[in-house]
Write a protein that binds this ligand. Structure first.
Ligand SMILES: *Cc1c(COP(=O)(O)O)cnc(C)c1O
Length: 369
């Protein structure tokens, strides 16, 4: 038997079929059809944001919204290396220089107290990441951005349905990107969105994700193609109906993990900050002084068919493709490097049996020498 680190949530087969049935009549499969419009409106309401632009994946949403800010090439963006390749790639593919800030040891998000020393006269933006569903210090980041005139674009790929003091994660910064990839808490198969308040971005993003087309017979700029299809939007409409139950069941799994692992010597679990309503996206465990290394536990779980993940490892600032940036090197972010070397994310999805959680924890605890 294999237990993967995640398993996509899906609506009932009949429910999805009913949702896509009318597409066989309309024969309108993409380019802002009925499902796309409906899904966009439902998300705007659910997230409480003025605007949502839907994308075929989260990465292109992030890449496009950074491009839409029209920063001068070669300027600097402060971000963190404790993230998925996508975040840093989105900055670099826009011709900008990533400047890596260390993370805070409590929730692995950007250490807001270490941002200001990295600001130079070339800094234009901050791209923080809400890691594992924990939220960044959004208030401190907003204050720094205001003081220095910087844009803030959140990679909120892990933080769909997460709230800070009752306000959805979609509402912080100049823009927030969500990923609706199959492995996320909420999926549209592949998919993503960017949320924002600035009205002027509506038409801009809509053209950017459609070849730069600005009118029936005009192409205003060089754009790519990143539109969400009707089938993806239909999946989103269905999954949104079941989101609350999905999160509830994830919560039960997380509580079961806590019941076995909390307080064990050499194990550090991540607690939700008091102002945050969590989505239970990931279950990270940090091993230090446990009596077995992360690598040993990873291997032992693997032998038993349990696929944990070294997430995030390696850090993006140690990627080979960034080696020529003077800002690269994991030595500059020692806290992030420490966690990247010791963290494992354990299997977590809504229908993971609690007995399987017991088994996973037993294997881990038996690794101690
Ligand atoms: C999943 C993810 C992305 C990219 O999203 P896609 O929809 O797969 O393109 C970006 N950043 C983080 C932190 C992610 O986990």
């Amino acid at each position: 038997m294999t237990i993967n680190v995640t398993r996509s949530s899906m609506p009932g087969f009949e429910e999805y079929c009913a949702e896509i049935k009318e597409l066989w009549e309309s024969r309108w499969l993409t380019n802002s059809g009925v499902k796309h419009q409906q899904f966009q409106a439902e998300l705007e309401k659910f997230l409480g944001v003025p605007h949502v632009a839907l994308y075929t994946n989260g990465h292109l949403a992030l890449e496009n919204v950074i491009a839409a800010m029209q920063f001068e090439k070669g300027t600097e963006v402060i971000t963190t290396p404790f993230t998925f390749a996508s975040t840093t790639h989105a900055i670099v593919r826009n011709g900008l220089i990533p400047v890596f800030c260390d993370v805070n040891p409590d929730n692995y998000t950007i250490d807001a107290d270490k941002i200001e020393v990295l600001i130079t006269d070339k800094t234009v933006a901050i791209v923080p990441v809400h890691v594992y569903g924990n939220m960044c210090d959004v208030e401190k980041i907003a204050a720094i951005a205001k003081k220095h005139g910087l844009k803030v674009i959140y990679d909120a790929a892990h933080a769909f349905a997460v709230k800070y003091k009752g306000v959805s994660s979609a509402n912080f910064g100049d823009a927030a990107m969500f990923s609706f990839h199959a492995t996320k808490v909420f999926n549209t198969i592949e998919g993503g969105a960017v949320c924002f308040a600035d009205d002027s971005l509506v038409d801009k993003l809509s053209s950017m994700k459609n070849f730069g087309i600005t009118g029936a017979e005009s192409v205003g700029f060089v754009g790519g193609n990143a539109k969400m299809s009707e089938f993806q939007a239909a999946m989103g409409l269905c999954n949104l109906r079941h989101l609350d139950g999905e999160i509830e069941r994830r919560k039960a799994v997380v509580e079961r993990y806590f019941s076995h692992l909390d307080g064990v010597k050499g194990i550090k679990l991540c607690r939700t900050d008091k102002d945050v309503t969590p989505n239970y996206a990931y279950f990270p465990v940090v091993f230090d002084g446990f009596g077995a290394t992360r690598e040993e536990i990873f291997a032992k779980l693997g032998e038993n068919g349990i696929m944990a993940r070294k997430y995030f490892y390696p850090l993006t600032n140690s990627f080979e493709c960034y080696r020529d940036f003077p800002t690269a090197g994991s030595g500059k972010t020692p806290v992030a490097a420490y966690f990247a070397d010791r963290v494992l994310t354990l299997p977590l999805y809504a229908d993971l049996a609690l007995e399987d959680v017991d088994k996973i924890c037993e294997i881990i605890l038996n690794c101690r020498r």
